[in-house]
Write a protein that binds this ligand. Structure first.
Ligand code: ZN
Length: 243
């Protein structure tokens, strides 16, 4: 079975639809690693599109913020404004959907978490040192995470108890070879690796072949809707820079 792996849609319907078009007929099931909402202008539309697909989805920190599960007084003013707008905009049904999301999932060879297996909702795996500390917190060969909005692959080197960072090569199939790895597909709706294109991956869970991808989408259309809803300018601008 081929899985479409997506994460951090962040209420960006245009990016989400573009990913679905780009990956059309190449998958049977969706794994979504969390942060369906937050920042972007389409929280209801994004949740509803996801709900219409055969999928499982994890909870991210922004999903929890939209539910009021977090104290957002420590958020910066732009983030706080976006969270408040998201809370006010989400329908009751879509809020209930987010409220029911689990924080981790284990399926066959794969453990799934939004942030990390150690701290599923919160921890950012941004460097090999942090990745290395996480390998003792899951039992499967492979782990999939999101949260950082940066595509990444960390491979465990058991002799040294270290992790090695592997540069993702897009549109190239990679056979997972049994060495333990933590893989981040990147963000659909708000990339932060200086590349504004939507990021996702396709994984065949029978053959363990993964392909990471980027695809350009109509950023201007999303920015236009954000301005319509008076969302913070900094959040609007960052989409075109990929940070
Ligand atoms: Zn996120």
């Amino acid at each position: 079975m081929r899985i479409l792996i997506i994460s951090d849609i962040h209420a960006n319907l245009t990016a989400f639809e573009t990913v679905l078009e780009d990956a059309a007929k190449q998958w049977e099931y969706v794994w979504c690693l969390g942060d369906v909402v937050g920042y972007g202008p389409d929280p209801n539309e994004s949740v509803e599109l996801l709900k219409s697909l055969p999928h499982l989805c994890l909870a991210g920190n922004h999903d929890w913020a939209a539910l009021g599960r977090l104290d957002i007084r420590t958020f910066n003013p732009d983030a706080r404004k976006a969270v408040q707008w998201t809370r006010d905009t989400l329908t009751r049904d879509n809020t209930a959907y987010l409220d029911a999301l689990p924080t981790t999932f284990v399926l066959g060879d794969y453990t799934l978490a939004h942030g990390s297996p150690r701290e599923p909702v919160w921890e950012y795996i941004l460097e090999p040192l942090i990745a290395a500390l996480n390998f003792s917190h899951f039992e499967t060969p492979y782990c999939l995470v999101g949260h950082t909005h940066q595509p990444a692959i960390y491979e465990y080197v058991s002799e040294q108890n270290e992790a090695e960072s592997i540069q993702p090569i897009y549109r190239q199939q990679r056979q997972l070879n049994g060495r333990r790895q933590i893989i981040n597909p990147g963000s659909v709706g708000q990339p932060r690796d200086a590349n504004p294109e939507a990021a996702y991956a396709i994984l065949d869970i029978e053959t363990n072949v993964i392909e990471m991808r980027r695809v350009a989408y109509n950023i201007g259309a999303v920015q236009k809707r954000m301005r319509q809803y008076d969302l913070p300018e900094r959040l609007i601008a960052r989409l075109e820079h990929g940070w």
